[in-house]
Design a protein around this ligand. Sequence first.
Ligand code: ES4
Ligand code: ZN
Length: 327
Amino acid sequence: AALPALLRTAPKAELHIHIEGSLEPELIFQLAQRNGVALAYPSVQALREAYAFTDLQSFLDIYYAGASVLLHELDFFDMAWAYFERAAADNIVHAELFFDPQTHTARGVDIGTVIRGLHHACQRAHQELGISASLILCFLRHLSQDEALATLEAALPYRQHIVGVGLDSSERGHPPEKFTEVFARARALGLRCVAHAGEEGPPAYIEGALDVLQVQRIDHGVRCLESPALVQRLAASRMPLTVCPLSNVKLCVFKTLADHNLPALLQAGLCATVNSDDPAYFGGYLNTNLLATFEALPQLGVREAYQLLRNGFEASFVPAEQRDGWI
Ligand code: ES4
Ligand code: ZN
């Protein structure tokens, strides 16, 4: 009885949240109306009913369709602000938000419109909610490296609004090595690097992200357990894994939460964290992820709760000396 209350009320960091994946169906319809964008679904209810995914790609198709209502700076602000209000309710005190500029620039939206809208929401979250927030620009891995390089160059006027770069979208068939140069360029600019790896892809993609992209965190990474040598390496280097339990179940990476390997990841000494990924699509925000995961996995107790929450702050891109008041 004390554990759910601890999970709910403890201060938390969220390090794996795609801000476009926080767009609730109600806000999608509101923005569609405001912007005169036609949707393929007649109602909020019909859209929600389409959220029955079989794998990552079946989700991405609907996720990109939902993002099509975002056109103006205010739209990006409103989306991120709605997330920050939810985050505050979960006692998230620090958030690092992924965004996918190519999803928007492909529709003719200027990257400055995207970043300014999101950045204003981050500023206001700090002022009004006491949440420190930063932005991680993600490259879509189903597109080319040249397109990723052009995206990074287009973001240069906003360099100071971005803490790092990431790699997301369809994992299989798009290994980290495809993006060697753009990550090298990002590192030269002083940007932190992360990449989705080992969600649907094999352990070799995690190794590629480490060796070639030189990432400082692995997003998901749950398939690392298939390689004992890799687990050893990840544990010894305290390489963080941003794990997203509800996402993994909705995208059929694990059949149920009770089958999730989070207890094994912690048992192996890995720096695992819990995150919501795309909370509007996967059935809940961070506290819902934590409560449902601990409920389904009785091996997880108070020690593991503290470990996971501490890992979240350790894995953040906030300098250690600025982490006062956190766990
Ligand atoms: C994503 Cl769960 C997941 N995996 C890869 N790319 C993504 N983009 C948004 N959510
Ligand atoms: Zn993700």
